[in-house]
Ligand binder design. Structure first.
Ligand SMILES: Nc1ncnc2c1ncn2[C@@H]1O[C@H](COP(=O)(O)OP(=O)(O)O)[C@@H](O)[C@H]1O
Ligand SMILES: [Mg+2]
Length: 252
């Protein structure tokens, strides 16, 4: 299995002194769905944000250890953070369309990246919306506002916006929490179909979803990595008793 991201003895404290991640060592595999799961407060979102340095924008006091993308330390002096965020895109729990047309929601990142060619935009819009399983529902109304879409469609629009920049890694933080079952299954299917082209790191909103989508799964509890393994093993015969108690619903 090719390693896309290597997380080495990584710890993170917020400036209020609270330790959010303790000595995490974990490999993220290329062209796989890598799932991070566990109860709220375990540090999953903090770790996702570390992977494209969004924590630079929050109150992180101290980070220790290293995160290597294709073998390169993303915190090295002079490392290009803008380029990092193009290579490692993110989709959040709540869909946040930009206050503009469906079309421009997808092309906005390209515009920011300096791409001005209309034909390139058209191609990116069709490709990304198809990849996000939204094209058939919106192809005849690309000029309508992103806000005109349902919640589930808006989330697929946000996924399309992330995919438009052709990232290598896509981080998904509870991307289907609060979505209807049809949109949820469309997004899950999309991840399966696209993983040959992308590396996914996903925090699912439930154990059931984690078990459905995980090629690899990592269980986090209160800032510690408890268990890591292939999805089938973790969700059928976990080695750790805390993992077992969590997946069988004995605590949330
Ligand atoms: N911006 C922040 N400032 C201070 N503490 C934070 C911040 N974000 C998260 N935390 C704390 O870090 C811990 C891990 O949170 P988080 O990464 O959101 O976990 P999860 O996504 O697993 O629920 C929690 O104790 C949380 O309160
Ligand atoms: Mg979270």
């Amino acid at each position: 299995m090719d390693i896309k991201i290597r997380i080495e003895d990584f710890s993170l404290h917020y400036s209020d002194g609270k330790e959010s991640l303790r000595h995490i060592t974990l490999d993220i595999y290329a062209n796989q769905i890598n799932v991070l799961f566990g109860p709220s407060g375990g540090g999953k979102s903090s770790l996702l944000r570390a992977l494209n340095r969004l924590n630079d924008l929050t109150d992180v006091a101290v980070q220790e250890g290293r995160i290597l993308l294709d073998g390169e330390d993303i915190a090295a002096p002079g490392y290009d953070v803008i380029r990092l965020r193009r290579r490692v895109g993110i989709v959040f729990a709540r869909p946040v369309p930009l206050p503009m047309s469906i079309y421009r929601n997808v092309t906005y990142g390209l515009e920011l990246a300096g791409i001005k060619d209309r034909a390139q935009w058209d191609a990116a819009v069709e490709r990304s919306l198809k990849q996000a399983a939204l094209w058939e529902e919106v192809s005849d109304r690309l000029d309508e506002s992103g806000y005109a879409l349902s919640g589930g469609q808006q989330q697929r629009l946000c996924l399309a916006r992330a995919l438009a920049l052709q990232p290598e890694v896509v981080l998904l933080d509870e991307p289907t929490s609060g979505l209807d079952p049809i949109s949820t299954s469309k997004i899950e299917r999309t991840l399966q179909e696209l993983k040959s082209e992308y590396t996914f790191v996903a925090v699912p909103h439930s154990v059931q979803q984690a078990a459905r989508i995980a090629d690899w799964a990592t269980f986090f509890l209160q800032g510690e990595l408890i268990e890591h393994g292939d999805g089938k093993t973790i969700f059928t015969t976990p080695q750790n008793s805390q993992t077992n108690e969590y997946i069988t619903g004995r605590f949330g």
